[in-house]
Write a protein that binds this ligand. Sequence first.
Ligand code: ZN
Length: 242
Amino acid sequence: MACRLCKKDRPLRKSHVFPEWLYKSLYDDNHRFFVLSTDKNKRRGTRPKGIYERLLCHKCEQRFSKWEGYARDVFYDLSLKVVEDNRAFVFSGLQYTPFKLFQMSLIWRASITSRPEVHRIDLGHHTERLRKMLLEDHPGEVYEYGSILMLPALSQELMQQFVYPPESLPTKIDGHSAYRAVFGGLFWLYIVSNHSARLSHKEVFLSKDGNLPVFKTGGPAVEFMQQLASDFFAAGMLNDLK
Ligand SMILES: [Zn+2]
């Protein structure tokens, strides 16, 4: 079997589709986490382990680990400088290349996995373009496969119980295709477009000098999260909420 990243014929590692720590807060005492779907018929319930698949060779797995380790540090361990205004928290001092490649790796993996827990998304020729950029350690411009991070105005206790793999947004944003996901308690909005250079607000992405805005948001992101929350409640998966 060929590695999906380098395309070389090497033994493939059974590796997580999304890093375990993005599910961190979803673990219960029995070390299970929840994968949820808005489609009642596709609701998955609990799983004993993360979602694993043989996608990458050892060498490529190591590359991903490096970016993931860095991103994990950003979320959990580094005490980054943060400035808050009424619109966003802006973290500064990030390294652009590993964090951007990490963001890109999530949507790329979502596009190539065949695991049934992950929504089927078809990025067309962008899948191959992403593969090459990841293989070449090329993070590209801020607007190329960048994701906008948002912190919906919901309790973090609630937010951190969600993991939602990327799915296509029903409507385009400013004429661009977009994908939404929930990882690690945040709402991630990816813009996947040939014309993303035309986006008028490029400051919404991680900047090359390492500023990462996390927007405080209401509106559609909150509605989406509330719908997920009610699905979760309906499935009896949110037992620990007070
Ligand atoms: Zn490989």
